[in-house]
Write a protein that binds this ligand. Structure first.
Ligand code: KIV
Length: 294
């Protein structure tokens, strides 16, 4: 790996802050938001000018191959967030708080949010839940840490929700979401992510909020959109959620490249002369002579 160089950084970009995001909402400009879990992906996202990167606990599935986000630990989140921060110095980087890092107590919530800030250098943290999380959000905010809320289909509570399905589809569920969003804003959230809820309900929440409201499967009226980068780039074959748009088929692309590499190695088509280091004829002759003499 000694000759590998990191992707070039976008050097002229201004750092995205909470103010940038608030100004975009005020101007009606959409906020761009994607997940990343590693340095090279983060560097490309920064280079193309993405506003927010979420180091999501979706890394449990995307990177570690778990069946859910529940086994993800604070150490995993800190390590991946640190790599993303390095790759994307100009994006607003959010570290996701994993399962059981904030549910147990307010103190643990503040300490773990603090780890993501102090050890990984993120710009803020995200946690799931509504009114029941107001005490955590307010304590983390008082510690000077920006918090993004997460409502709707909250994967850490999938057992309580009875599966991965859209939320807020009847009057009482929609009213609960609207009240939760208001409570999160009042508790100090700098932004709220809505996942898998009807577009019209998300529109009501977005119009009522002073903070940016972001969508994953919550329709076009929110202040911005996020997708999981592995979904967007088509890393996995098989089922994709209704709200995902695939912009590439990396699975096919990588498979094709790996098959070509395998065939080249088997047929000695790689490495070619251009991939080999040289020794001069003179040095080679000396080497042969030295070997004969020994
Ligand atoms: O962990 C994650 O990737 C998320 C998505 C909903 C954006 O929270």
């Amino acid at each position: 790996m000694s000759t590998w160089t990191a992707p070039t950084q976008a050097s002229t970009r201004k750092k995205v802050t909470i103010h940038t995001l608030m100004e975009k909402k005020a101007r009606g400009e959409k906020i761009t938001f994607i997940t990343a879990y590693d340095f090279p992906t983060a560097a490309i996202e920064d280079k193309v000018g993405i506003d927010i990167i979420l180091v999501g606990d979706s890394l449990g599935m995307c990177v570690y191959g778990f069946d859910s986000t529940l086994p993800v630990t604070m150490d995993m989140m800190v390590n991946h967030s640190r790599a993303v921060r390095k790759g994307a110095p100009n994006c607003f980087v959010i570290g996701d708080m994993p399962y059981m890092s904030y549910q147990v107590s307010v103190e643990q919530a503040v300490a773990n949010a603090g780890r993501l800030m102090q050890e990984a250098g993120v710009d803020g943290v995200k946690l799931e839940g509504g009114i029941e999380m107001v005490d955590r959000i307010s304590a983390i905010t008082k510690a000077g840490i920006p918090v993004m809320g997460h409502l709707g289909l909250t994967p850490q509570s999938v057992a309580m929700l009875g599966g991965f399905k859209a939320q807020g589809r009847d009057v009482s569920a929609a009213i609960k979401l609207i009240e939760d969003a208001k409570a999160l804003e009042e508790a100090g959230c700098v932004s709220v992510l809505l996942e898998a809820i009807p577009a019209e309900v998300a529109q009501i929440i977005t119009e009522r909020a002073r903070i940016p409201i972001l969508s994953i499967g919550a329709g076009p009226y929110c202040d911005g959109q996020v997708l999981v980068v592995h979904d967007l780039l088509g890393f996995f074959g098989g089922h994709v959620a209704k709200f995902v748009k695939q912009y590439a088929n990396m699975n096919e692309y990588i498979e094709k490249a790996l098959l070509e590499y395998k065939a080249d190695v088997e047929n000695v088509a790689f490495p070619g002369p251009e991939h080999c280091y040289k020794i001069s004829e003179e040095e080679l002759a000396k080497l042969r002579k030295a070997l004969e003499e020994n």
